[in-house]
Design a protein around this ligand. Sequence first.
Ligand code: FMN
Length: 139
Amino acid sequence: MEKVFQLFYVSKLKEGSNLSVIDQILQHSRASNPKKGITGILMFRAGIFLQLLEGEEKEVLELFKKIEKDPRHHHVMQLLATKNPRLFEDWSMSYRELSELDVKMINEILSWNRLINAERDVDNSSILYMLERFKHALR
Ligand SMILES: Cc1cc2nc3c(=O)[nH]c(=O)nc-3n(C[C@H](O)[C@H](O)[C@H](O)COP(=O)(O)O)c2cc1C
C-alpha cells in the first residue's frame, strides 16, 4: 500500500476563545485540504487540540508551518512524524470531541512512549492504533 507522510501534534486553544473557532477551522480545512491531497482528524477537549495531518510530505509540512503560526492556538508540539498507509482516506478533516476516557488513553500512550523512548526509537504504533479506533467511530 502506498505510504503517505503523517504528522501528529498537540496544541492549546488560545485562552478566552469562543468554541466557534473549531467550526471555522473545520470549514476552512474541509474546503482547502482536498486541493492539497491532505486528510486527517482534528480532536478537541478542554482547550487542547490534537491533529493528524496526512498527505504528501511537502504539502503536509507547508500546511503545518501555517498552522504553527496560527494565533488561534499556541504551544504547538509535534508528537509524531512518520510514513504509513493513509488512515483517513475518506476524510478531508474529520473531527472528534474527546471523551474523558479518550484523554486517559492518550495520556497512557504518551507517557508509555516517553518511558520507552529512553531506551529505543519512538514507538508510533500505539498512537496509530488509537487513531484507527477513532476512525471506526466516525460516521
Ligand atoms: C488547530 C488548527 C488546525 C488547523 N487545521 C487546518 C487544516 O487541516 N487545513 C487548513 O487548511 N487549515 C487548517 N488550519 C488553519 C491554518 O492555520 C490557516 O489558517 C490556514 O491554513 C490558512 O490558509 P490560507 O493561507 O491557505 O488561506 C488549522 C488551524 C488550527 C488552529
